[in-house]
Design a protein around this ligand. Structure first.
Ligand SMILES: Cc1cc2nc3c(=O)[nH]c(=O)nc-3n(C[C@H](O)[C@H](O)[C@H](O)COP(=O)(O)OP(=O)(O)OC[C@H]3O[C@@H](n4cnc5c(N)ncnc54)[C@H](O)[C@@H]3O)c2cc1C
Length: 802
């Protein structure tokens, strides 16, 4: 007995020795936190100012919830989509509609190689270039959501118009002035930009610095110089930029360069850092005007340069106090802007593609069947519909978040990356469905230009590979994590006592967070997340999704901590790991947007297949990303242990079912309120232009189907001789059917209309031999007026085949 007591005493003493330092704060700090902080200080690379600016730019919102392991779904669902004001709606229904009707991509590209002068005039006079500029400066003062709606609609018509309008409303002089300009700069430039008196561009990219834009070699040296006859303080700037959108026609050049002050004319630092200035392009020394040709798109884009160009200090955006603050300014503006421009333009392109291709798949028949009914095509249509549903959801949610005053750096990166990425999938699928019709260029091709220009969206505003590999998780894990940024800040803190206090609080909060996520992940894995609380009042068919997504969130939080804890700074170089963890976060955001959209749109039962497909697809992708992390974890033992916690009973998620896919595909090949909601806000236009024509042909195809069935039945059961003489076709057979009373005159007319419209849709343009001089006058090949399609082949042909 006494031996047992001695052993128990020893055990208690040992446990006390282990735990007391953790529960008694002064001891804990002295024995645990201090040595750990010293160790971290040694291994943590010192953060450069540009890295710090990028990390600190923007705000954390729903991304923080997704990283928390326990997202507060109610808070997301309570966010209403930004309503459009009457004025914004009027603008969409009138000015935007008119602008769309004024252009065709084919003419813009091949005839004018630019927007026609009257279109430029219309854009300027109607305030398209000043949508984000407040009314007090003469702009339209639109919400982010309204701005997004405008760009989306324009993109359903013409990429060139959309890019021309989106650039001045995106990261550039307007936004930089609004956020950082001096009052004088705002008063001078904003009304001119709003009225289109000035055309802006923004030049950051140099031949040597593309993705690594913080390393631009362009420089400016603070010095005295002459300006308008006076000796003033300013900068002598040298630059060489390329790829600058609107550059060749810009009158106002926003320029980013690295500023130096070797003579200490404005302070005591030599190296001031990246600086943004506004330079009228008429200023002596500015070389501008030549053009690039970005994948045959004719929006204005080109290089510009200058050597030793003197600019006065008040041309720096925000004046002398903002010297060297350019990178932070750009990162902050990008945090919001990236979530609007490309997500909107790509959603617009996808709306056009889905609506037109769905119609084409019903109108185009092969093997006597609309191609949209073949399972192979159906699979591609399913992906197109599901992708578009998610893309539009993420676009609308991100714009709404911006309207709530947030600058969502991580979520806008996800929106840009995934909406452009999914749009590429949509367009690739559409090209496969359209076959030669998508390949032969000409005014009747509704797809080829988008296919060609897709890589532009992938490359600009943060190229997608870089965004996926470095930004989404790299920035997300640090920004959104409740403790990591605080720990990092503590390691950089100069005041030692404060550093220890902050570090200790963050570290032990962090450990509790990890322990909770570990236990929750394991519990959710073992119980299949069935016991997770579901937010109140959600659509019954979505209840399980909230539980499953909470499980993903918990797994992500755990894996992120294990990755950061075991790899530290080396995680930055493990891009594949970082990309996959980012994929989990991204899919969670896309699912959040999908569920939010479904609720916002009043839980439309008819749209449910799109919502279900989108969620299953995203959950499967998230599961694959997790599997990629676990299978390739640098420490295999940790990878194996994490697998036991994350997937204790195996991997539960599967691809969306074929049955569900069938339901989605069907929604694309016939008119319905769901199809209208999926492509809402799209420009349809003239009934004789490609999209309008497809709409008519689709309606005609659907109207013709029961009539065709009557004819087929009559032929099959002997009520009608289906054999055709050489040269006869559907028209002759229809005439016989009318004579036999199988169909009525008006049904025969409906068939004839359907044949005529289908033939027009299927046509492609052809050109004269030299292509060059006569490119603009296509002569679409004419089909014989009566082409046998579904009817029995002529008897002579059948004999020949035999
Ligand atoms: C049509 C068009 C319009 C543009 N408009 C403007 C404009 O108005 N103003 C402006 O300043 N710029 C503009 N740009 C420039 C654009 O922002 C850059 O093209 C972009 O930043 C990528 O730079 P890059 O083309 O030099 O590619 P690179 O930087 O050479 O990148 C090549 C590839 O490497 C990848 N990569 C690079 N670093 C990493 C990394 N660390 N990890 C993983 N992958 C990486 C990239 O993702 C990309 O896939 C425009 C470009 C184009 C094509």
């Amino acid at each position: 007995m006494s031996l047992l007591v001695t052993w128990l005493d020893a055990l208690i003493a040992l446990l006390a020795l282990i735990f007391v330092p953790f529960v008694v704060p002064p001891l804990r700090r002295a024995l645990v936190s201090r040595p750990l902080l010293a160790g971290f200080r040694k291994v943590m690379p010192r953060m450069s100012q540009t890295e710090r600016d990028a990390l600190e730019a923007g705000t954390v919102g729903w991304d923080g919830e997704l990283f928390s392991g326990r997202p507060a779904w109610e808070s997301l669902l309570a966010v209403p989509r930004t309503p459009l004001t009457a004025e914004e709606q009027h603008f969409l229904d009138h000015e935007v509609e008119t602008l769309c009707a004024m252009v065709t991509d084919w003419e813009t590209t091949n005839v004018h190689k630019d927007l026609p002068p009257e279109v430029w005039r219309y854009i300027k006079e109607n305030g398209f270039l000043g949508m984000i500029i407040p009314k007090e400066y003469g702009g339209l003062g639109f919400s982010a959501y309204a701005h997004s709606q405008v760009i989306t609609k324009l993109s359903t018509r013409s990429g060139t118009v959309a890019v021309t309008v989106l650039v001045p409303n995106s990261l550039g002089p307007g936004e930089l002035l609004l956020n950082y300009g001096t009052d004088e700069q705002k008063r001078h430039y904003l009304p001119r930009l709003a009225r289109g008196q000035d055309i802006p561009c923004f030049a950051l990219t140099s031949p040597q610095a593309g993705s690594d834009a913080a390393s631009i070699p362009d420089w400016g040296v603070v010095c005295w110089g002459q300006h308008e006859g006076k000796r003033v303080l300013g900068l002598r700037v040298t630059w060489d930029k390329r790829y600058i959108t609107l550059g060749p026609v810009a009158t106002l050049l926003g320029l980013a360069f690295h500023a130096y002050d070797p003579e200490h004319l404005v302070g005591d630092r030599d190296d001031l850092g990246i600086t943004c200035a506004l330079i009228p392009t008429s200023h002596p020394g500015v070389a501008i005007g030549r053009r690039h040709m970005p994948l045959n798109a004719v929006f204005q884009n080109g290089p510009n340069s200058g050597r030793d160009v003197f600019i006065p200090m008040d041309w720096v955006i925000g004046g002398a106090p903002m010297l060297g603050k350019g990178w932070r300014m750009l990162m902050e503006c990008l945090a919001a802007g990236r979530g609007i421009s490309l997500p909107s333009s790509n959603t617009g392109m996808a709306k056009l593609t889905v609506r037109a291709t769905g119609a084409y798949a019903r109108v185009r028949t092969q093997f006597k069947t609309p191609i949209g009914r073949f399972e192979g095509i159906e699979e591609a249509l399913t992906r197109m519909g599901g992708n578009l549903y998610v893309m539009d959801a993420a676009r609308a949610l991100t714009a709404t978040i911006v309207d709530r005053g947030e600058k969502p750096a991580v979520l806008s990166g996800i929106a840009k990356l995934h909406i452009t990425g999914r749009n590429r999938e949509v367009i690739n699928d559409a090209m496969d469905i359209a076959g030669g019709k998508g390949i032969c260029m000409g005014p009747s091709n509704f797809l080829g230009a988008a296919y060609m220009q897709m890589p532009v969206s992938i490359t600009v505003e943060g190229a997608n590979i870089l965004t996926r590999s470095l930004i989404v998780f790299g920035q997300g894990a640090i920004r959104c994590h409740p403790y990591v940024l605080r720990e990092m800040a503590a390691t950089q803190e100069r005041d030692r006592a404060k550093a220890l206090r902050d570090f200790d609080a963050a570290l032990f909060g962090h450990l509790r967070f990890v322990a909770r996520n570990f236990l929750r992940t394991l519990f959710l894995g073992v119980t299949g997340s069935h016991f997770v609380r579901v937010p109140r009042g959600v659509a019954p068919q979505t209840r399980r999704y909230y539980q499953q997504l909470t499980r993903f969130s918990s797994s992500l939080a755990l894996m992120a901590d294990v990755a950061m804890g075991s790899l530290g700074g080396a995680l930055k170089r493990k891009e594949k790991l970082s990309a996959r963890l980012g994929d989990v976060l991204s899919q969670l955001y896309l699912c959040s947007a999908t569920l939010w959209r479904f609720e916002q749109e009043g839980r439309q039962e008819a749209d449910a297949p799109l919502m279900h497909w989108a969620i299953w697809d995203a959950m499967y992708k998230a599961q694959n990303a997790i599997e990629g992390v676990l299978a390739n974890f640098p420490n295999p033992l940790l990878g194996t242990l994490m697998r036991r916690v994350v997937f204790p009973l195996g991997r539960p998620y599967v691809v969306p079912s074929d049955e569900l896919g069938h339901d989605v595909a069907r929604l694309l090949i016939e008119p319905s309120p769901t199809r209208d909601r999926l492509t809402a806000g799209m420009f349809i236009g003239d009934p004789d232009q490609p999209v309008g024509l497809l709409e008519r042909a689709l309606a005609a195809a659907i109207a013709a189907e029961p009539i065709e069935r009557k004819l087929k039945d009559a032929v099959r059961f002997g009520g009608l001789d289906g054999r055709l003489a050489p040269g006869e076709g559907d028209a002759e057979l229809a005439a016989r059917a009318v004579a036999r009373g199988v169909i009525t005159e008006s049904e025969a007319a409906a068939l004839a209309t359907q044949r005529e419209l289908a033939a027009r849709v299927v046509r492609v343009d052809d050109f004269a031999q030299d292509l060059g001089t006569s490119l603009f006058e296509p002569s679409a090949q004419e089909l014989p007026s009566s082409t046998p399609t579904w009817a029995a082949k002529p008897a002579s042909a059948r004999r020949a085949v035999a």
